[in-house]
Each structure stands twice: as structure tokens, then as C-alpha cells.
Design a protein around this ligand. Structure first.
Ligand SMILES: Nc1ncnc2c1ncn2[C@@H]1O[C@H](COP(=O)(O)OP(=O)(O)OP(=O)(O)O)[C@@H](O)[C@H]1O
Ligand SMILES: [Mg+2]
Length: 221
């Protein structure tokens, strides 16, 4: 079967030999193409760790991780960033906007120089679509929390990823902003036929997904 993301017996350990914590304990799951899945679980259960592994920003201690059928465990840093660039858009738990770059520059951040040039108009259109046409050249410090979050989502979408990984994308928003943010993400996902993995503490969001994966203490329950 073809899947967007496939974890097979994946473990993640942090620390030294003498003092290790096993943050993920041999977990297996897959996310289908165009599937929308939420990951829920208490704080510290390993949700962000899954996002970091799936995007190749963290290395698995054991197991296999496939992104669009390509094994990523064991790849070199430059190969990983290639896989990321071609497949994945990430919305981080904290927005990770670069403070001295404008909204448009932040959206273009992870692209290569020639792409930056080619996609500047796309970045502006995306921000416009997200209601930020009047904030294109503002710095993050000049934007509200909700506006910063929309910039972060635009950044995740600029390279038209086939897989969107969103780590509590509404964690810092009030319920009205939170709702409209989720609408943006869901609309985009439908329209562009991508897979969406969304980490959330909010029941109302989890319920809108095709499926819920619940983590407890590094294991799927
Ligand atoms: N770099 C690290 N070194 C050591 N331990 C870490 C590291 N990063 C995370 N952990 C630990 O791994 C566990 C899982 O962390 P993770 O960030 O995946 O949890 P989470 O489910 O996303 O929690 P939250 O809901 O609070 O964001 C936690 O116990 C955390 O303390
Ligand atoms: Mg987290």
C-alpha cells in the first residue's frame, strides 16, 4: 500500500548511555495520501517528537520511517533537507519566525535563492489569501499572535508540500482565530490534495480529522 508517512517500529531516545529516556517506544502507524490525521496526548507524550522525526529534523534511534515510500532513516543531512523541501511543510509549535525578517521574507525563508526570487509573488498571494495583504513587509514583532501564526502557516505551504505537519498550530490563539486558522489549513489540504498531520489539544479540531492517533507515554493507544 502506498502511504504518505510510514513509521515502522520507531524508537527515539534522548540522553547519554548512562541516562537515557525513551521518548517513543517502537511505534508503528501510517498516514495515507490525502488523509487528515490528528495526534493527541498529554504534554510530554511524544507528539512533537513524531513531527521532528517525520520531517527528518530528529534522527530515530531505531526503526524505519518512509516519506512517500522513501526511507529517510540513515540519510545524510543534505539528503534529508532535499526530502523535506520536496515533500513537507512544517508549522512549528512556537512559530519560529525570524525576528529581523519581514512577513514575506519569513515565508520565503527555507527556499533556495532562485526559488526565493521566483516565488516572491506566490508568497504575497498566499499572505493576501490569509488576510495579511496589509502586513507583507512588517516584522514579526509588529504582528499579532494570530498574524504571526498565519505567516508560519504560509511558510509551510509555499513550496506546495504533499504533506503538512502542524504542531499545535492554534496553541496560542483564541477560539475565533483558532477556528479560522483551522479552516485555512483544512481548505488548503482539500484543495491541494495533501496529507495533513495536526497535533492538537483541542477536541473540536481532532473531531474534524479523518482519524485520531492518541499517544500516551511514547506509545500509541
Ligand atoms: N532534546 C531533548 N532531550 C531530552 N529530552 C527531550 C528532548 N526533547 C524532548 N524531550 C522529552 O521527550 C518527551 C516528549 O517530548 P515531546 O516534545 O515530543 O512532547 P509533546 O507531546 O509534544 O508535549 P507538549 O504537548 O508539551 O508539546 C518529553 O518528556 C520531553 O521532556
Ligand atoms: Mg509538543
Amino acid at each position: 500500500m502506498s502511504a504518505a508517512i510510514q513509521f515502522n517500529k520507531v524508537s527515539l531516545k534522548y540522553g547519554t548511555k548512562a541516562d537515557t529516556v525513551e521518548v517513543l517506544k517502537s511505534i508503528s502507524f501510517s498516514i495515507g495520501i490525502e488523509e487528515v490525521v490528528s495526534i493527541v496526548g498529554t504534554s510530554g507524550s511524544g507528539k512533537t517528537s513524531i513531527i521532528m522525526l517525520a520531517s527528518g529534523l530528529e534522527n530515530a534511534s531505531k526503526g524505519s520511517i518512509k516519506i512517500n515510500n522513501q526511507e529517510i532513516v540513515g540519510l545524510k543531512e543534505n539528503e534529508l533537507s532535499e526530502v523535506r523541501r520536496e515533500n513537507i511543510g512544517i508549522v512549528f509549535q512556537s512559530f519560529y519566525l525570524i525576528p529581523n525578517l519581514t512577513a514575506v521574507e519569513n515565508v520565503l525563508l527555507s527556499l533556495e535563492a532562485n526559488q526565493k526570487f521566483n516565488l516572491e509573488k506566490d508568497a504575497e498571494e498566499l499572505l493576501d489569501e490569509f488576510g495579511l495583504s496589509h502586513r507583507l513587509h512588517h516584522l514579526p514583532s509588529e504582528l499579532s499572535g494570530g498574524e504571526q501564526q498565519r505567516v508560519a502557516i504560509a511558510r509551510a505551504l509555499i513550496n506546495k508540500p504533499k504533506i503538512i505537519l502542524a504542531d499545535e498550530p492554534t496553541g496560542n490563539l483564541d477560539s475565533v482565530n483558532s477556528e479560522s486558522m483551522i479552516d485555512l489549513l483544512f481548505d488548503y489540504t482539500k484543495r491541494s490534495q495533501t496529507s495533513l498531520v495536526i497535533v492538537t489539544h483541542e477536541n473540536s479540531i481532532a473531531k474534524r480529522c479523518d482519524r485520531i492517533i492518541e499517544l500516551r507515554d511514547g506509545q500509541i493507544v
